[in-house]
Design a protein around this ligand. Structure first.
Ligand code: EPU
Length: 364
């Protein structure tokens, strides 16, 4: 366990917002967590678990003890008749892990290539792209209870995955209503926000691999390449190309991916929205509800390219907020500017369409 004081967090959040952690502890193993919890000062202190920092907006210096998860390792741990069970340490870079699984001959994660962040953060918001979500490939995870130090394992049902959502995003009271029977180390049913530190995640990658197609951007690539049965490697390459063309690379322009979730409305609400603008991009869901493209809603309110201070709306994809001043000079956007911009977008979309957009990142 490595304890550091007054640590700049700019390199550890993909928005590249300038802020400091008063105390940052690097966690490389379960033993490190247990040492931390036994420490008379750090043990009882409030804590914030930091993964790849790709889904957070930091609005000031962080007072809780920042736990930077650096548990590494990736391996095939088991094979069943149906799937390869592959495990990765929470500190592994997500995209590198996806690449590694393909190199090893275990396809299944290719649609989720190039999502920024770490393996440990991926279940927290049930990452997803081009028709595949983490929950479709998830087997189980190991986490440490930050109150008791106990190591526990959760299956998919216990993680209560939803669209960009899981038990790890909710506190005790909210999750109790949502999570059917998630029992943690003998405790009552609980939400696990600020409670669990994920150390390892296992994925079930099906031996009978089948391409997940049907997404407009991928269909376009298939037509361009005159290909009807792409390999996993081709899908991986196309997803990388589409993302590089559409989404800003956080290494170059600070951002946290999609800033808002795509909202779901009832069929009647959708009729009302279509009456306001017939061009609204929407997708019918299996349960009769309708998903709206938040990027389109924001775009149609004229936000592309607009800014508040150094926080801006990305020119090529209105769903992504960017830090225009990201650099090492400290002149970048503040978390406050990002949130002011986000609130102005929410207000304008609400006034035009009657829809309140819900932010995706965690505000720290
Ligand atoms: N659109 C516009 N203007 C915009 C942005 C989008 O008109 O400025 C329209 C597009 O033309 C398209 C529709 O909105 O018809 C949807 O856009 P896109 O296919 O780019 O996907 P998205 O809904 O904006 C979601 C995920 C992305 C994921 C892609 C591909 C969410 C919140 N976002 O974006 O995830 O990569 O689909 O699956 O669900 C992320 O979560 O950080 C993320 C990037």
């Amino acid at each position: 366990m490595l304890v550091e004081k007054n640590v700049p967090l700019q390199p550890y959040n993909t928005f590249h917002i300038v802020a400091k952690a008063q105390t940052l502890v690097r966690i490389a193993s379960v033993a490190d967590v247990q040492t931390l919890l036994a420490d008379p000062d750090l043990g009882p202190a409030p804590k914030f678990v930091l993964g790849g920092g790709s889904n957070i907006v930091i609005t000031g210096d962080v007072k809780p003890v920042v736990l930077k998860v650096e548990v590494m390792g990736r391996a095939l741990v088991r094979e069943t008749s149906k799937a390869f069970i592959v495990e990765a340490g929470a500190g592994e870079n997500w995209h590198d892990f996806v690449t590694w699984t393909l190199d090893q001959g275990y396809p299944g994660l290719e649609n989720m290539a190039l999502i920024p962040g770490t393996v440990g953060a991926s279940p927290v918001q049930n990452v997803g792209a081009y028709g595949v979500e983490l929950q479709d490939r998830f087997e189980s995870l190991d986490a440490v209870d930050l109150q008791t130090g106990q190591l526990f394992t959760l299956n998919a049902a216990q993680c209560a995955f939803g669209y960009r959502d899981s038990v790890f995003k909710h506190g005790a009271s909210m999750a109790a209503a949502r999570v059917a029977g998630a029992q943690v180390a003998g405790h009552q049913t609980l939400g696990l926000k600020d409670r669990a530190l994920i150390v390892r995640v296992r994925f079930a990658l099906p031996k009978a691999w089948k391409a997940v197609l049907g997404y407009a951007d991928i269909e376009k690539k298939m037509a361009e390449h005159d290909c009807t049965e792409p390999t996993a490697r081709q899908i991986y390459d196309w997803v990388c190309a589409v993302r590089r063309a559409k989404l800003p690379d956080p290494a170059v322009i600070g951002n946290a991916g999609s800033f808002f979730k795509n909202p779901t409305v009832t069929a009647e609400q959708c009729v009302d929205i279509i009456a306001r603008d017939p061009k609204v991009v929407h997708y019918k869901m299996d349960d009769g509800s309708v998903k709206l493209a938040a990027g389109w809603l924001i775009d149609s309110c004229g936000w592309k390219g607009k800014s508040v201070g150094q926080a801006g709306v990305y020119e090529k994809q209105a769903l992504v907020l960017v830090n225009r001043g990201a650099g090492t000079d400290g002149n970048g956007a503040t978390g406050g500017e990002v949130m002011t911009l986000a609130k102005a977008i929410q207000t304008s979309v609400y006034e035009r369409f009657g829809i309140l957009l819900e932010p995706e990142p965690v505000v720290v």
